[in-house]
Design a protein around this ligand. Structure first.
Ligand code: NAD
Ligand code: TYD
Length: 336
């Protein structure tokens, strides 16, 4: 495998993945295809921009002409491109269906027509829905709750169909909640860190006792690398961090790291359809050699420090997203 098309890599995880891969495999060529939606940011890729093995193409994964043109000279596609924020999916589900389902189909069709060696589709543990006790295995049924997770589940079913019907060598990874550098500051961890740096309140949905399994983004990248090189075509792999924490515990950790008072916590109306707990069994990918690295507490401390040291990066984004945040606040306030 020498030439990889990596879609959606101007976003959070994709940009970390590209950096990781160029460092680990200096002879690989990486072509990034990204539409640069609100979540895409070329600043995320600035330190790989001058690498001769890196190419950036601005384009939409739904554009079959662009995708087919790139696929002619590629060995594999790794699909990160998606609409990814659950809150936005509640307000505007159509964009999620368009990119996450229809876009994935265009990539699958290109992989089929050009006989690619692999198409690795990045999915999420949210496709399973909520679980009160125990952990989901890859064979469990999908019961997504939000328009986001339903779209990701829809994409996965199309991936499965392309493997079964046409023999396309697909792989799916279902990652748990990521955190780390270059995380768009609308998601829990970067939103809360950046608000707290500015002594702004942080909105905790409902009682704050929802549980997520947090994974450092570079652990996720390592898991995807393992699935890409050692996974079996047609298979799905859970990739988690082994760090199940209630949201309130995460919030307390961030408050503590920044030495900020609990009085900045605001309990707000719960997200509609809010999944209570996510938990995945990662023994299948562990059998291929996957093991998350440092502890959650250490990674959170490093991540907080990254946002303290990279304020230009997130302040530029927050300035641009002001309208959206006002709209969100009103939308939630109207429901109270
Ligand atoms: P992100 O929102 O930070 O980035 C998404 C990227 O996709 C952006 O660069 C955007 O410009 C691009 N994009 C959106 N629509 C596109 C289109 N039609 N054509 C081309 N590019 C398009 O997302 P992220 O958090 O980095 O997530 C990446 C992938 O990982 C997604 O598929 C997501 O479902 C999955 N995932 C995310 C998490 C998480 O915690 N963030 C966990 C598990 C899985
Ligand atoms: P989020 O980062 O949006 O990821 P996801 O919904 O994909 O898991 O949210 C993580 C958890 O934090 C989720 O339970 C919702 C909660 N949350 C808040 O309490 N307040 C917030 O402002 C946000 C964005 C999320």
């Amino acid at each position: 495998m020498q030439t990889l098309i990596v879609t959606g890599a101007a976003g959070f995880i994709g940009s970390n993945f590209v950096r990781y891969m160029l460092q680990k495999y200096p002879d690989y060529r990486i072509i990034v295809l990204d539409a640069l939606t609100y979540a895409g940011n070329l600043d995320n890729l600035k330190d790989v921009w001058s690498n001769p093995n890196f190419t950036f193409i601005k384009g939409d994964i739904r554009d079959a002409a662009i995708v087919n043109n790139l696929a002619q000279n590629a060995d594999a596609i790794i699909n990160f491109a998606a609409e990814t924020h659950v809150d936005r999916s509640i307000i505007e589900p159509g964009a999620f269906l368009q990119t996450d389902v229809a876009g994935t189909w265009v990539l699958l069709e290109a992989a089929r027509q050009h006989n690619l060696d692999r198409i690795l589709h990045i999915s999420t543990d949210e496709v399973y829905g909520s679980i009160d006790v125990g952990s989901f295995q890859e064979t469990d049924i999908l019961e997504p709750s939000s328009p986001y997770s339903a779209s990701k589940a829809g994409a996965e079913h199309m991936v499965g169909a392309y493997h079964k019907t046409y023999g396309v060598p697909t792989i799916v990874t279902r990652g748990s909640n990521n955190f780390g550098p270059y995380h768009y500051p609308e998601k829990l961890i970067p939103l809360f860190i950046t608000n707290l740096i500015d002594d702004q309140p942080v909105p905790v949905y409902g009682d704050g006792q929802q549980v997520r399994d947090w994974m450092y983004v570079l652990d996720h990248c390592a898991g995807i690398d393992i699935a890409l090189h050692h996974g079996q075509p047609g298979q799905t792999y859970n990739v988690g961090g082994g760090n199940e924490r209630a949201n309130m515990d995460v919030v307390k950790l961030i408050l503590h790291a920044l030495n900020k008072p609990d009085s900045l916590i605001r309990y707000v109306t719960d997200r509609p359809g809010h999944d209570r707990r996510y938990s995945i069994d990662c023994s299948k990918i562990a059998a291929l050699g996957y093991k998350p690295g440092a502890t959650f507490e250490d990674r959170i401390a490093e991540t907080v420090q990254w946002y303290v040291s990279n304020q230009d990066w997130w302040r530029a984004i927050k300035e641009k997203q002001r309208d959206y945040k006002d709209f969100m606040q009103k939308w939630y306030a109207d429901r109270q």
